[in-house]
Design a protein around this ligand. Structure first.
Ligand SMILES: Nc1ncnc2c1ncn2[C@@H]1O[C@H](COP(=O)(O)OP(=O)(O)O)[C@@H](O)[C@H]1O
Ligand SMILES: [Mg+2]
Length: 377
């Protein structure tokens, strides 16, 4: 997939701009605070109907303006698709059009292969389990609307179950109060575990290979899914997961009641990254941890290449964070995507690489204006 054209009207700090891109590497250059991330945000929104940082619609509208409007031409599944997004402040209403037709739900999203890479991702291993779960959910929701639905239903159920546990002093019959909620937790939770397990297993296979190739060392990388059912869960059926989950949750009912919150389920899952069998969070260097993330990103791109079409890859601000060695490795992966949007503050920061790759498009941004735009396509 690639983005051929985009026009922005009153979106973030853009008043009215348009430009076109080719497949390949598109460099977005500009000093800090000029609008690079905002442009990427617009691109992402055209693919998914929402932003990747979950910014509120009204905050996307340029200050003191009544609406925003985005239009893009995406090349997807061998044809061009025109996507329009608009939001009017006064009506609080978002309008989405695909090929001129208004659609309610943004169905296009499930066909859009997009991988993005932001500086927070580099710290994925260092951060807490919550962030890793969020990462997992972000990536899986993008691919599957069913998953996104499961997660939001599951979170609601856990919230309600926790409320009951919190107010437990008011009730005295434990089983009757918790059972209906636990039934939901098991039903939804097992489906989430099933999906997470498959995704992580697929990531693991490719990422391990990538790590070896990219970093040419003998350290073995492994991604392990930590969940209540057990580590080797990727070949387990939903029914089997449900059965194990149910047994465990019943055995913990009393403890949950005593402690006053939900102890078991995918809301407490984690993803563990191992190097030579040791937890990278505890033992790997900061640089090694980042290398692992790069290998993971490469895996995600490759998975799209296998399954659907080559993805669009959005890389915001990551390059400035990497040392020369990792920059180079990261650059190797850019070629695997169909189109890459890459932000830099100075083009010269890529001097060491620009002789190895060709830029297909280049835009320079200043104060929400596209000053220079070159497109080879
Ligand atoms: N709704 C908005 N209207 C106008 N300007 C905005 C809006 N939202 C953010 N901005 C401005 O956008 C700029 C940040 O742009 P950003 O794309 O994050 O910069 P960078 O080039 O560093 O990625 C800031 O100066 C901010 O004030
Ligand atoms: Mg930015």
């Amino acid at each position: 997939m690639y983005l051929k054209k985009i026009s922005l009207r009153n979106f973030r700090n853009y008043a009215q701009e348009k430009t076109s891109f080719s497949p390949g590497i598109c460099l977005v250059q500009g000093a800090n605070g000029q609008g690079k991330s905002n442009l990427l945000e617009a691109i992402y929104s055209l693919c998914f109907g929402r932003t990747f940082r979950n910014i509120r619609e009204r905050d996307l509208v340029r200050w003191n303006e009544p609406y925003y409007y985005l239009q893009g031409i995406l090349h997807l599944q061998e044809r061009y698709v025109k996507v329009e997004l608009g939001y009017e402040l006064s009506k609080k209403r978002k309008v989405i059009k695909i090929n001129g037709k208004t659609t309610g739900q943004f169905r296009l999203a499930q066909y859009c292969p997009v991988v993005f890479f932001i500086p927070e991702d580099l710290e994925l291993i260092r951060r807490g389990p919550e962030e890793r779960r969020r990462y997992l959910d972000r990536e899986l929701s993008q691919e599957s609307t069913l998953y996104a639905e499961l997660i939001s239903r599951y979170n609601r159920v856990i919230y309600q179950k926790n409320r009951i546990l919190k107010e437990r002093k008011r009730y005295n019959e434990i089983i009757e109060m918790l059972r209906p909620w636990n039934k939901q937790v098991v039903y939804l939770g097992s489906r989430i575990i099933h999906k997470r397990a498959r995704a992580i297993s697929a990531w693991n296979k490719l990422a391990a290979k990538n790590y070896k190739i990219l970093f040419q060392n003998d350290q073995k990388m492994k991604i392990v899914y930590n969940n209540i059912v057990g580590e080797e869960v990727e070949d387990t059926t939903i029914a089997e997961i449900e059965e194990k989950f149910e047994r465990k949750i019943i055995s913990k009912e009393k403890e949950e009641w005593e402690r006053g919150f939900s102890l078991l389920g995918p809301h407490r899952d984690d993803v563990i990254f191992l190097l030579n069998g040791r937890d990278a969070k505890r033992f790997a260097s900061h640089g090694q941890q980042r290398s692992v993330v790069i290998a993971l990103k490469a895996a995600q791109i490759q998975l799209f290449n296998e399954k659907k079409e080559k993805p669009l890859f959005i890389v915001d601000d990551v390059f400035s964070e990497l040392d020369e060695k990792r920059k180079k490795q990261c650059f190797l992966l850019l070629q695997e995507a169909e189109q890459v949007f890459l932000t830099v503050t100075e083009k010269s920061s890529l001097n060491n690489f620009l002789d190895q790759v060709e830029l297909s498009s280049f835009v320079r941004i200043k104060e929400g204006k596209i000053l220079e735009s070159k497109n080879d396509g």
